[in-house]
Structures are given as structure tokens and as C-alpha cells.
Design a binder for this molecule. Structure first.
Ligand code: DX5
Ligand code: ZN
Length: 218
């Protein structure tokens, strides 16, 4: 089982000072930063784009950029995000495009590649792609907004993906995103998740070192 990783979501940071928010994460020694990219079409919200990643790198942010593309046409944007400093690019399964080719292109651009499932999408939708990915991201809320409640109904999906992973000796990370706090992260960890996106709970935590330490014990 992979050791747990806490990936704070910058969506819950200060959008006028994103580098300052990213630095809070780095200063805690947390290697990952989750970047939520929204197009106002695949999801009903807008966030930021490749120029923001470039600017974060220019401000000296060294974190592993775990980039979650919530886009109707992700294949169009993988190259700009790779050039802007993404380390991993995760794409949704729901829109119609060539998923396998896009995952291969993400690898060819020197990034790790993830596939993402919305709450209503069954695990079987990504099954044929499992051998191609470095990460599977199970959305535990409908994507688009931070601050929503965790959907416990996603736990069987996490268990199924974890089971396929061990049966096939695969090594992808299993990430959860949406409504994650220490309690819901424990439930996801028990189901097989190893990578935990936390927006509201992280940036709202009064004692962030204690919050990060608790996740490290999961
Ligand atoms: C939702 C995003 C999440 C979001 C999570 O569309 O994919 O990464 O930032 O926010 P919280 O942790 O507040 O649910
Ligand atoms: Zn996300």
C-alpha cells in the first residue's frame, strides 16, 4: 500500500495571493499541491489556467503539481499545462475524446497521467485504462466547487479500484477529492485510497501542522 499523501487544493487558497497559499503548503513539508482547472463548461465554474502554474513556478514554488483538468476538451490543453510546470495531469473519463491517446501524450510530454471519475461514473468506465495510468482520481463530490459534503456512496467504487489494482499487480495511486477531512479520509483509506485532496478542511484548519501530521498517520 502506498504511504498516504495529502494534496491540498489551491482552489481553497487566496486567489489574489496563490503563491502565498502554495508556500503555506510547502513550508509544512507537504510535497503535493492539487490544482483544479475548470472551464465553465464541463463544470459550472471557472478557476485558473496554465499562466497561473507558470507564475507559481516563477515565484519559486517547487511542489509536485497534481493538475486536475475539469475540461470538456482536455486533449487541447495538456501541452500548455505540461509546459507551464505540471508534474501530473489528470483527465476526466466522461467527455468524448481519445482517452488512451491523451494519456499516452501526457506521458510523452514528461508528466504522469491520471484518469478521473465523476460520482455517477462507474469504476468499469476506467477499467480498460488502468494499466496506462499513474493515478485514478475518484471524485467524492460532483466537481466544480469546494466545500461540498463527502459522498460515502463512493466507498465501494474505491474498494473495487483497489481490488483491481492488487489483482493485476498495478501500482497507480488512488486519489479522492471532495469533502475530504480527517474523518472521511480515514474511511477512504480503509477502502484503499492513498492520496487525499483537501481544500476547505486544509485551508480552514486552525492548526495546519497538526492537520498534516494526522494525515501522515492514516
Ligand atoms: C472540486 C475540486 C476539488 C475541490 C475540493 O471540483 O476538484 O479539488 O477543491 O474542495 P473541498 O476539499 O473543499 O471539498
Ligand atoms: Zn480536484
Amino acid at each position: 500500500m502506498h504511504p498516504p499523501i495529502l494534496a491540498p487544493s489551491l482552489l481553497a487558497g487566496d486567489h489574489a495571493q496563490l503563491a502565498t497559499s502554495a508556500r503555506i503548503v510547502e513550508e509544512l513539508g507537504l510535497p503535493w499541491l492539487h490544482l483544479d482547472i475548470m472551464d465553465g463548461h464541463f463544470v459550472p465554474n471557472l478557476s485558473f489556467g496554465p499562466a497561473t502554474l507558470t507564475a507559481l513556478r516563477r515565484h519559486g514554488i517547487k511542489a509536485y503539481f497534481d493538475t486536475h483538468l475539469m475540461l470538456s476538451q482536455p486533449a487541447r490543453y495538456i501541452e500548455p499545462f505540461a509546459k507551464a510546470g505540471a508534474n501530473q495531469i489528470s483527465i476526466h473519463i466522461e467527455p468524448t475524446y481519445d482517452h488512451a491517446d491523451t494519456l499516452d501524450r501526457i506521458h510523452a510530454l514528461g508528466c504522469q497521467a491520471g484518469i478521473v471519475l465523476n460520482p455517477d461514473t462507474p469504476a468499469s468506465a476506467v477499467e480498460p485504462l488502468l494499466a496506462r495510468v499513474d493515478l485514478v482520481l475518484v471524485m467524492t463530490v460532483q466537481p466544480g466547487f469546494g466545500g461540498q459534503s463527502f459522498r460515502a456512496a463512493m466507498l465501494p467504487k474505491i474498494r473495487q479500484l483497489d481490488q483491481w489494482r492488487s489483482e493485476r499487480a498495478l501500482t497507480f495511486r488512488l486519489e479522492v477529492d471532495g469533502g475530504i477531512d480527517l474523518e472521511t479520509a480515514r474511511q477512504c483509506r480503509a477502502a484503499g485510497a492513498d492520496t487525499f485532496v483537501a481544500g476547505t478542511s486544509f485551508f480552514g484548519a486552525p492548526d495546519k501542522p497538526a492537520f498534516a501530521a494526522a494525515f501522515a498517520q492514516l
